[in-house]
Write a protein that binds this ligand. Structure first.
Ligand code: HSE
Length: 416
């Protein structure tokens, strides 16, 4: 039997209003929004002022409110609100990926200790039910890889600038106007947002809690006309793609970088603000989910789905995290990438091996070769500062020690 819930809502911006609309137009499921806590006292609101409060304790201390829905921007304030709510025995639904990726372990512990539910489907890939799929459908299957397009804003910018020749500034402005971009869009375009989502997904796909600061995110801010030309001449599209992959020795690597996508890949036709997730299971093989990754109503719908699940007493089980033999996280992997550089100093700074392609002219230089992820992490600032561009050409990720074994083997063959 489902229970009619009383909701205390924090934040009434793009997603908050989306939820309000979706909830009011839901024919099946009903829940009451008892109070909405907001910060800005001067902003006009689409709801009556009896619903609005500026005091968070009016929600947190109200024993009649069973669910806190947290949809604010500030991750640290959100952490405070969510922790207090969980400690007071309230269930929580949040869409805040930065909050989750930064405090995953504490929040996991708090919801276990207080025997309440913390749900966050809307935090990763908007309307795509990826977390519930991983929790409920793939809970017992060993997964090989989860990858895809996890950020709507960058996908929108890449689609509009490359296919429709819009300027970067205009495309970003449109993404902001349509409510796709973060309030600080650096989070989108430098790959932070996609990384936060990858960290959340890694917990449900592989049972791993990873420190988000240790995960590499390279964004699209340094993309140049020459890179676009290179990609289109080879028939590639450019997408920003997180890759979460199991390697030998039960290691998992996680990172976010631009990638050249070939036409046969599912992600090739995922354009605009759409997201796509490819889940690869040991036995089930490849599955592909596509949906709206950003925007008021799709994200509001994902929040509503969590609220509805709560009314049936739903809770994540975190089965893979609870397992004794969860894999460990590593950055010591080798990837194959295209690297546009300015001069030989850049090539000395960022060392590529097994170079399969090299081009230099007066004002355009690139190599395609193999590079260790730890090396890119150490040089992330250098890449940004010098306007260099990196893009994966192949989604294959190998453990560095396996790569070095191959090199030794090749050398042995040569000497033989
Ligand atoms: N800024 C995010 C995006 C919003 O563009 O994907 C949805 O998480």
């Amino acid at each position: 039997m489902s229970k009619k819930l009383k909701i205390g809502l924090f934040g009434f911006g793009c997603v908050g209003q989306g939820l309000y609309h979706v909830l009011n137009n839901s024919t099946g499921f009903k829940a009451d929004i008892a109070k909405i806590a907001v910060k800005n006292k001067t902003k006009p609101r689409i709801v009556g002022k009896e619903l609005i409060t500026y005091d968070k304790w009016e929600i947190l201390n109200n024993p009649e409110i069973d669910v806190v829905v947290e949809l604010i921007d500030d991750a640290e304030e959100a952490f405070h609100i969510v922790s207090e709510a969980l400690k007071k025995g309230k269930h929580v639904v949040t869409a805040n990926k930065k909050l989750l990726a930064t405090h995953l372990e504490e929040l996991y512990r708090l919801q276990q200790e207080n025997n309440v539910s913390l749900l966050y489907e809307a935090s990763a890939c908007g309307s795509i039910p990826i977390i519930r799929s991983l929790e409920e459908y793939f809970d017992n299957e060993e997964l090989e890889k989860v990858s895809g397009i996890f950020n709507g804003t960058t996908n929108y910018i890449l689609t509009k600038t490359i296919a429709e020749k819009l300027s970067y500034a205009n495309a970003l402005k449109q993404a902001q106007d349509k409510g796709f971009a973060e309030s600080d869009p650096t989070n989108d375009v430098e790959g932070f947002d996609a990384k936060f989502k990858a960290v959340i997904i890694a917990l449900h796909a592989f049972g791993l809690i990873i420190k988000q600061e240790e995960v590499l995110n390279i964004g699209i801010t340094t993309l140049h006309e020459n890179d676009i030309k290179y990609a289109s001449e080879k028939g590639y599209k450019i997408k920003l793609t997180p890759i979460i992959q199991r390697l030998d020795d039960d290691k998992v690597s996680v990172f976010v970088a631009p990638r050249f996508i070939k036409e046969h890949n599912h992600l090739y036709n995922v354009d605009n603000e759409f997201n796509g997730v490819i889940v690869e299971g040991k036995f089930s093989g490849e599955q592909f989910l596509q949906g709206r990754g950003a925007g008021s109503y799709p994200t509001g719908a994902a929040v509503l789905s969590d609220i509805s699940a709560l009314s049936h007493g739903y809770k994540y089980e975190f089965k893979k995290y609870a397992q004794k033999h969860a894999p460990t996280f590593t950055n010591d992997v080798v990837i194959e990438a295209y690297f546009r550089y300015n001069n030989n100093d850049d090539l000395k700074q960022i060392i590529f091996d097994e170079i399969s392609e090299k081009y230099t002219s007066k004002d355009y230089h690139y190599v395609v070769g193999k590079v260790n992820l730890t090396h890119l992490i150490a040089n992330r600032d250098y890449i940004l500062k010098n306007n260099l561009f990196i893009s994966l050409v192949d989604e294959k990720v190998s453990l560095a020690k396996e790569e070095s074994k191959k090199t030794v083997f090749k050398k042995e063959l040569v000497s033989y």
